[in-house]
Design a protein around this ligand. Structure first.
Ligand code: FES
Ligand SMILES: [Fe+2]
Length: 342
């Protein structure tokens, strides 16, 4: 496919999968000794957690004779895919591979084959999420995930057990679409029911991240609740890491934060992970009150509101921007361009 057609059909500012950190799971999806198959960036992968608690991602196929590390083997008493100590054991002939993908044991041979190494992927665990570094060229991470003070703050309810999270699997969505929400102020009135928005978004590049903010006017019962509509002034602050990790902060009724991870499965489809936390209504609040719960679940609804457009839109490489949105969009797209290999 010609490069231009690729861009227009699949919706990116550049060719290929972007470089950066991408969410692949929540930490509790992969307990000690667990093995799970994954498929991202058009590749079969396997994630496992060793008995000491270290999480690792390797290409899925064993270098001995090509067995998939997460499928097969004796049906009893073992399940498919096994962890033995700090290694993953291939279900086919029991070769063991360490978290770097190095062959550590051949059970019927005197020594391991140290020349054999399954490609491994850099991973980090932050705030109960597992992130994977993707770079088509195979380079080591060029930057580290940042701190998110709200996840560490006693002023916020912890994600577990008082946050909200959801994954939308295999959606016709690319990370670029979700990242662009941060400067797409005009859609906030039409899609998210804001009363009014200020078009002077502040957009700032900070290393591999983009920070954005704007003012928004919404009302207490915009989704059809009882009683009078009370206008409330709020502020939105966005933070995008590379292309795939998107953090939204909303200040107004009750401060809340959501982190969205958009991870490509293939050129057209992605998994979308969302993790939401909300500020406590008072310092001694044990669990979110009615307002807090509403804020947590509203954010899931807001993402659902964007999905039909994302899943059916066609990327426009050079939109006819009016002056009100031109500078923010141009700045964001120029920044995101660097993460695509082509
Ligand atoms: S195919 Fe994996 S040990 Fe033989
Ligand atoms: Fe949106």
């Amino acid at each position: 496919m010609l490069q231009q057609q690729y861009h227009e059909k699949f919706g990116s500012v550049g060719e290929g999968y972007p470089t950066g950190w991408f969410q692949i799971a929540w930490s509790d999806d992969v307990g000690p000794g667990e093995v799970k198959p994954l498929h991202y960036f058009d590749q079969d992968l396997v994630v496992f957690r060793t008995e000491s608690g270290k999480v690792a991602v390797l290409n899925a196929h064993c270098l001995h004779m090509g067995g998939h590390l997460a499928f097969g083997g004796s049906r009893s008493p073992r399940r498919s895919g096994s962890v033995v100590g700090e290694c993953i054991e291939c279900p086919w002939h029991g070769w063991q591979w360490d978290t770097n993908g190095c062959n550590a044991l051949i059970p019927y041979s005197k020594r391991p084959n140290s020349a054999q190494r399954i490609p491994s992927w850099p991973v980090r665990e932050i705030y109960g999420m597992i992130l994977l570094w993707h770079d088509q060229a195979g380079s080591a991470p060029g930057w580290e995930p940042r701190q998110i003070p709200e996840f560490e703050s006693d002023d916020y309810h912890p994600v577990d057990p008082h946050g909200a999270r959801q994954v939308w699997r295999d959606r016709h969505v690319q990370p670029q679409f979700v990242a662009e929400n941060h400067v797409d102020i005009a859609h906030v009135k039409f899609v998210h029911g804001a009363e009014d928005v200020a078009y002077d978004a502040h957009v700032e590049v900070d290393g591999p991240c983009v920070l954005s903010s704007w003012k928004i006017l919404y009302s207490t019962n915009r989704r059809g609740g009882e009683g009078e509509r009370q206008p409330i002034e709020g502020t939105f602050r966005g933070e995008i890491w590379g292309v795939g990790i998107i953090i939204n902060r909303m200040y107004g009724i009750r401060d809340n934060l959501n982190l969205i991870g958009v991870t490509p499965i293939n050129p057209e489809h992605s998994d979308i992970f969302m993790t939401n936390i909300v500020m406590k209504g008072s310092p001694d609040e044990v669990e979110p009150d009615v307002i807090g719960k509403k804020m947590l679940h509203n954010q899931l609804d807001e993402l659902e509101s964007d999905l039909p457009t994302w899943e059916n839109m066609r990327f426009v490489p050079r939109p006819p921007y009016p002056p009100e949105e031109s500078s923010a969009f141009r700045k964001l797209r120029a920044h995101l361009r660097q993460f695509y290999p082509g």
